[in-house]
Design a protein around this ligand. Structure first.
Ligand code: ATP
Length: 270
């Protein structure tokens, strides 16, 4: 399923870029994989430690939410999954995809990206004239046992805008940078992992509450009109007033403030 041919990414070159955090990660780089999250879930079953990272140049079955696919091409994207263990139950981890978004936004901004915004619950957008285009996606899957909960955090970042029809606007990191081209991939992965370890450590202590105000600063549609849809059907329309401490989305509609839980729903700008 996953082959160990030489990969574009060399964990030995990554190590010095992680500085004092290098010991928190165990990075395996693959040329080809079905999905880095599927591979990591298999490794969870085999007892992989927290901080295990699987990065792959090419995914043959990259996944989004609810069976949707994530498309990527080796030189144009960075796709990886990170295993993180938390004490407690999956229910206590609501808000995890939001803090992962904060980590990505911080890291991309530190690399010089401008116009990055977060879309609840799991997308990183790039603000362009008149529209938002999807720059990265996050997919979180959880498994729990008596020691706590393992989260497999899957991330797909476009370095260059993907070619082909995706059904929605897409952008690459290159589009967000003055240089017009992305930094070298080891530098990008290191920047992402360094912010991830910081937000995940903070999340373990304070949950989403500790990072809610920062999430709202990155939130692309804060105080803007939105629609909540399920299978193309509108469930709710109103003004998006942010996220609650449990990670749910708050929308002010004619009926008052309504809470939207991440699940089968999608958010659209109205
Ligand atoms: P939601 O709004 O519910 O989050 P979504 O359409 O963003 O829905 P996800 O599961 O988050 O769904 O992501 C999968 C979707 O992202 C695909 O259906 C496709 O439209 C889009 N997509 C797939 N690959 C890429 C990519 N490389 N860059 C940008 N968008 C992509």
């Amino acid at each position: 399923m996953c082959q160990s041919e030489p990969s574009l990414l060399d964990p030995i070159l990554l190590r010095p870029l992680l500085g004092s955090y290098a010991g928190r990660f165990d990075v395996d780089a693959l040329a080809v994989c079905d999905s880095t999250s599927s591979e990591l879930l298999r490794r969870v079953d085999a007892g992989a430690p927290s901080g295990t990272v699987v990065v792959a140049d090419r995914q043959t079955a990259g996944r989004g939410r609810r069976g949707r696919s994530w498309l990527s091409a080796p030189a144009d994207s960075l796709t990886f999954s990170l295993l993180w263990r938390f004490p407690g139950t999956p229910l206590e981890l609501s808000g995890l995809s939001l803090v992962v978004g904060v980590a990505l936004a911080r890291a991309l901004a530190a690399l010089g990206a401008r116009g990055v915004g977060l879309k609840w619950p799991n997308d990183i957008l790039l603000r362009r004239t008149g529209e938002f285009a999807k720059l990265a996606g996050i997919l979180i899957e959880m498994a729990s046992d008596r020691r706590g909960t393992q989260a497999v955090i899957g991330i797909g970042l476009n370095l260059w805008a993907p070619a082909g029809e995706l059904g929605q606007a897409a952008a690459g990191l290159a589009d967000a940078l003055a240089a017009g081209e992305p930094p070298e991939r080891h530098a990008v992965l290191a920047a992402l992992l360094l912010e991830l370890v910081r937000v995940l450590d903070a999340f373990t202590v304070d949950g989403f509450a500790g990072q809610k105000s920062e999430w709202q600063r990155w939130h692309a549609w804060q105080d803007e009109p939105v629609r909540v849809v399920e299978d193309g059907r509108e469930l709710l329309a109103g003004t998006c007033i942010g996220a609650d401490t449990d990670g749910s989305l708050l929308v002010r509609s004619e009926r008052g403030v309504e809470r939207v839980l991440a699940g089968d729903v999608s958010l659209r700008h109205a």
